[in-house]
Design a binder for this molecule. Structure first.
Ligand SMILES: Cc1ncc(COP(=O)(O)O)c(C=O)c1O
Length: 382
């Protein structure tokens, strides 16, 4: 089986003795983008004073403008941050919860982001409501379940656009419309969205939106976008206070002391890399790989390919029978697959169920998924 764009495999410098089937967790950076990042770091070291005192801010603004254009935004509509975790923490640290206020998360929300919500509510004396979303719930049911959880004390909904553990696209536009109609804020955790799906951030008009570029845009680690709706911009401030703190959004985020900004400056090279291929073709090629891998693992485990049909993204699920032990058990199985079989994968758990999440990226070949299927069936079935 030869996938479309197989010749691009050489664009990454991944360890060839490992089968890399988990692009979703940490991404992977093409060599041409790494070279761009190294070139920026070299320029910094040739004259750190010139770079930071006279060049860095213009160059960050230029990179932000290119990233904004990629997302269909104006430069001043987005801030650059290091990752989704930072944007989530900033949102929750700045959100004006008061005693008795409530926030809603779905049971498929990313755990670290839920911790940020919990911490903010704990210090304000607020209450967290978790809404269970069965795996076969459609968009209408999800919206109805959230609506049923909203009451007069609800202030904020935090929701993934694409879930991590369960690889689902959630109906964030309908949820944003619902929140607006109820007068509550919505924070959309779009960590996996940039590069994977079409986005219309103006129409979505989330109060807070954040997405990683280091996942499906394959930008260097530490590049992410934090969009704050104009109605919140005066209130929301970076977690770190630095020289541009007195300016309006998004300037304070451009300058957080002396830090390595090479990831942001090299992120446009990743956008260019995929622009040359074409995003629609890239997505189709990645999904083709994921579907092949998912079906191969399902077959190896004796499961029907109709179980948990994947959404139109490059991540799909295989349910894992007979597992228990929570996140520690997931980590242990993931480690065994990685270290014994040299197959990197994502083993996830949500609402008491366990999954293998299969990803597709241009560096994957059929052999990667054959190795994954063989490894997981040997582990689970002997
Ligand atoms: C849905 C979701 N939110 C947040 C994150 C955190 O991303 P980061 O570690 O880049 O901050 C992830 C990472 O996988 C994620 O999948």
């Amino acid at each position: 089986m030869i996938f479309d764009l197989h010749e691009q495999r050489e664009a990454w410098a991944l360890d060839p003795t490992v089968h890399h089937c988990n692009h979703g967790s940490y991404g992977a950076v093409p060599s041409v983008v790494r070279e761009m990042q190294r070139a920026v770091q070299d320029q910094v070291q040739q004259n750190p004073v010139r770079f930071f005192a006279r060049e860095a801010q213009d160059r960050v603004a230029a990179a932000r403008a290119q990233i904004a254009a990629f997302l269909g935004q104006q430069p001043e509509q987005i801030a650059l941050v290091r990752n989704a975790t930072e944007a989530a923490s900033t949102t929750l640290r700045g959100f004006p919860f008061q005693r008795g206020d409530e926030a809603i998360v779905l049971d498929q929300e990313y755990g670290a982001v839920v911790y940020a919500v919990q911490r903010a509510l704990a210090s304000a004396g607020g209450v967290l409501r978790e809404v269970a979303i069965p795996m076969d719930d459609d968009a209408a049911h999800i919206v109805a379940a959230v609506e049923a959880a909203i009451n007069s004390r609800t202030r904020l909904l935090v929701v993934d656009h694409i879930t991590s553990a369960t690889a689902r696209i959630l109906p964030v536009q309908q949820l944003a419309d619902l929140c607006r109609s109820k007068g509550i804020a919505i924070a959309v955790d779009a960590s996996h969205a940039p590069g994977q799906i079409d986005l219309d951030l103006d129409r979505l008009d989330a109060d807070f939106w954040f997405g990683n570029l280091h996942k499906w845009v394959c930008a260097p680690l530490g590049s992410a976008v934090y969009r704050i709706a104009p109605r919140w911009q005066a209130r929301m401030r970076p977690l770190i206070v630095s020289w541009r703190d007195v300016e309006g959004y998004p300037a304070p985020w451009d300058m957080l002391g002396t830090v390595d900004v090479s990831a942001w400056l090299a992120a446009p090279a990743a956008i260019d890399f995929f622009n040359r291929i074409g995003w629609q073709r890239l997505r189709a090629a990645n999904q083709e790989r994921m579907r092949y891998g998912r079906e191969m693992v399902l077959a190896a485990l004796g499961l029907s390919k109709d179980i948990l049909p994947p959404d139109a993204i490059a991540m799909g699920l295989v349910p894992l029978p007979h597992m228990e032990g929570g996140r520690a058990a997931c980590a242990a199985l993931q480690k065994r697959l990685g270290e014994v079989y040299r197959v990197e994968s994502a083993i996830t758990t949500c609402a008491g169920a366990y999954y293998l999440r299969v990803c597709g990226q241009l560096y994957n070949s059929a052999a990667d998924y054959e190795a994954l299927a063989s490894a997981i069936s040997t582990e689970l079935r002997g």
